[in-house]
Design a protein around this ligand. Structure first.
Ligand code: SF4
Length: 477
C-alpha cells in the first residue's frame, strides 16, 4: 500500500491491522513473529518465496482491514480488531519480517489514536473486542507500557468492559506484567522456540528464560492468585525456525501445560520472509503444524500422559506426516486392541482412533440402554468408521491377538525418516499404501472358523487387505 500523505488512523489501521489472514493465535491462520498479522508487517513487499510467498497488498482480500473473526473460549465467535501498536522492531529475530533486517517504512499509532479508533469501530458495532500486539520499539518494558496505556484509555476513559487480548513483549518488567494482567482479558508472550540455545541462534538478543519464560511464570502466578484480571495466557512457536524437533516442542509444551495455566499453544509453521537471514530457508510443511495441533489435542483435551505421547515420535523426534499421532500410538499399543465398546472405560475409548470425547460420551450414554453391536449405531454416534474399524470388536466376534495387528507401519515411517536424514535411498512408502488399503473396510466377509477382524488368527479371508498375501501383492508395485 502506497501512502504519499501523512497516514491518518485509518491508513494506520489498514497497514498495522493488515490485510492478511488473522494471527494464528486467533484463528489458526497464518502468522509469524509475535503472531502479528503477516500483511500488517509489510507495508511494501512480500513474505516468503515460491509457492509459500504470501501476497500482502491485495485490498480485496480484506475489505475491513484489522478486523477478524475469532473464536472465544466459550465457542462464541466475535469480531476482533487485531492491530499492532507499531510495526517498528529493533530486534534481529532471523525469521521475522518485522525485524531490523527488513528495509521498509514503519508506522506507529499514538495511544489515544488507537484507543479512539477501536472505540469508534466498537460504537459502529463493527468490532466486539481487541487483540493488541506490537514490534519492540525501545525495549520490551517500554513497548508493553505503550500497550498498557492504550488499554488503560480504552478501559478507564471509554469504559469498555469487553474482550482484550494483549501481547506482553519479551523482556517486560514484572510491574508491567501486573498492570497488563489487571487490564487484559487474556495475555500472551510468544515463546517461538523451545530451547535457550535455539533462541540464541534465531533471536540473538532474546533470552528464553529471562525474557519469555519468566513473564509467563508471572502471568501464571497472577492468574492463580487474583480473582480478577486476565483469565489465562497463550503462546506460540514458529515451528521449524530453529530446526527443532517435534519432541523438543512437545517437551516444552508439556512443561507449560503442567506448570502454568496455559490456555492454548499455537504452532504456525516457519515461512521465509524476504530480506531476513532465513529468506532462503525452505518453508516448513504445513502438515507438521497439523500434526502438532493433533499432538496438542491429545495432551490438552484427551490428557494422554507423556509416556504415551512419546510413542508418537519417531527416532528423530518427529511426528509422522502420514499418520496422525493417535493412530501411531494405537499402532504401538496393538495388544490393547480390538476393544469391545460395551465393556471398556471412557479412557480406553479415547485411545481408539476415530473416537473423540463427544463420541466416547455418546457411546457410554447409549450402552446404558442397549448393546452396541454394529457400525451403523457407532457412526450415528459420531465415530469415524474408516479410522476406528481395525480397533473395535462387536459382541459375538472373537477378538484376535493384538500381535496379529502389529503391522510395521510405524517402523517403516521411522526407517524413511532415518534414510532421509542419512541421504540414503528411501524405502517404498509402505505405510501410505497400507493406510489406503486399510481405509477399505467393506471387503470383509465372516467365515465360520474365525472372526473376520484384521489380524485375526487362523486362516485369513481371501481378498482381506490385511492378509499377508494381499499385502505383499500390494507392496510389489
Ligand atoms: S521481537 Fe523478533 S519476532 Fe517480535 S516483532 Fe521483533 S523481530 Fe519480530
Amino acid at each position: 500500500m502506497l501512502i504519499k500523505r501523512t497516514p491518518d488512523r485509518y491508513d494506520k489501521l489498514q497497514i498495522l491491522g493488515g490485510m492478511a489472514a488473522a494471527d494464528d493465535i486467533l484463528t489458526g491462520g497464518k502468522a509469524d513473529g509475535h503472531g502479528h498479522t503477516v500483511n500488517a508487517k509489510f507495508a511494501a513487499g512480500t513474505v516468503g518465496r515460491g509457492p509459500n510467498r504470501i501476497a500482502y497488498s491485495d485490498p480485496g482480500k480484506n475489505p475491513a482491514p484489522g478486523i477478524y473473526k475469532a473464536s472465544m473460549p466459550n465457542g462464541k465467535k466475535i469480531n476482533l480488531m487485531r492491530v499492532m501498536f507499531t510495526d517498528f522492531c529493533k530486534m534481529d529475530c532471523a525469521y521475522c519480517p518485522n525485524s531490523i533486517y527488513v528495509p521498509r517504512k514503519r508506522y506507529a499509532f499514538k495511544r489515544d489514536e488507537l484507543a479512539d479508533t477501536f472505540m469508534e469501530l466498537h460504537g459502529r458495532l463493527a468490532v466486539d473486542g481487541l487483540f493488541l500486539s506490537s514490534g519492540i520499539a525501545g525495549d520490551g518494558t517500554k513497548t508493553t507500557q505503550h500497550l498498557v496505556e492504550t488499554v488503560e484509555i480504552i478501559r478507564k476513559k471509554h469504559g469498555f468492559k469487553g474482550y482484550i487480548h494483549m501481547k506482553v513483549m519479551p523482556g517486560a518488567s514484572r510491574e508491567l506484567v501486573e498492570k497488563a494482567h489487571r487490564l487484559g482479558s487474556r495475555l500472551s508472550v510468544n515463546i517461538e522456540t523451545p530451547e535457550p540455545d535455539m533462541m540464541r541462534r534465531i533471536s540473538p538478543h532474546k533470552d528464553l528464560q529471562q525474557d519469555i519464560l519468566d513473564p509467563m511464570a508471572w502471568i501464571n502466578d497472577l492468574t492463580r492468585e487474583s480473582s480478577g484480571g486476565a483469565v489465562g495466557q497463550a503462546t506460540q512457536f514458529v515451528v521449524g525456525a530453529a530446526d527443532e524437533s517435534d519432541r523438543q516442542i512437545y517437551r516444552r509444551v508439556d512443561q507449560m501445560y503442567a506448570d502454568w495455566n496455559l490456555k492454548r499453544v499455537y504452532y504456525p509453521p516457519f515461512r521465509p520472509a524476504r530480506h531476513t537471514p532465513m529468506e532462503e530457508k525452505p518453508p516448513v510443511h504445513s502438515g507438521r503444524e497439523h500434526r502438532l495441533y493433533q499432538m496438542d489435542w491429545l495432551r490438552r483435551v484427551y490428557q494422554f500422559p507423556t509416556t504415551e505421547i512419546d510413542l508418537a515420535f519417531d527416532q528423530s523426534g518427529f511426528l509422522s506426516l502420514e499418520q496422525d499421532p493417535k493412530t501411531v500410538i494405537a499402532m504401538e499399543n496393538l495388544d490393547a486392541f480390538p476393544m469391545d465398546l460395551n465393556a471398556v472405560s471412557k479412557d480406553q475409548l479415547l485411545r481408539i482412533p476415530g473416537i473423540g470425547p463427544v463420541s466416547a460420551g455418546r457411546i457410554i450414554e447409549n450402552r446404558r440402554q442397549h448393546s452396541i453391536d454394529n457400525w451403523r449405531d457407532l457412526q450415528a454416534m459420531g465415530v469415524v468408521r474408516k479410522r476406528a474399524w481395525p480397533y473395535v470388536v462387536f459382541p459375538g466376534q472373537r477378538p484376535p491377538s493384538g500381535k496379529q495387528l502389529r503391522l510395521d507401519m510405524f517402523g517403516e515411517a521411522q526407517d524413511r525418516r532415518a534414510a532421509e536424514s542419512a541421504g540414503a535411498a528411501l524405502p517404498p512408502p509402505i505405510s501410505s499404501k497400507l493406510a489406503s488399503i486399510m481405509e477399505q473396510p467393506a471387503a470383509y466377509t465372516t467365515t465360520p472358523d474365525h472372526a473376520c477382524i484384521p489380524g485375526s488368527k487362523g486362516a485369513m479371508c481371501a481378498g482381506c487387505p490385511i492378509n499377508p498375501a494381499s499385502l505383499s501383492a500390494n507392496y510389489k508395485n
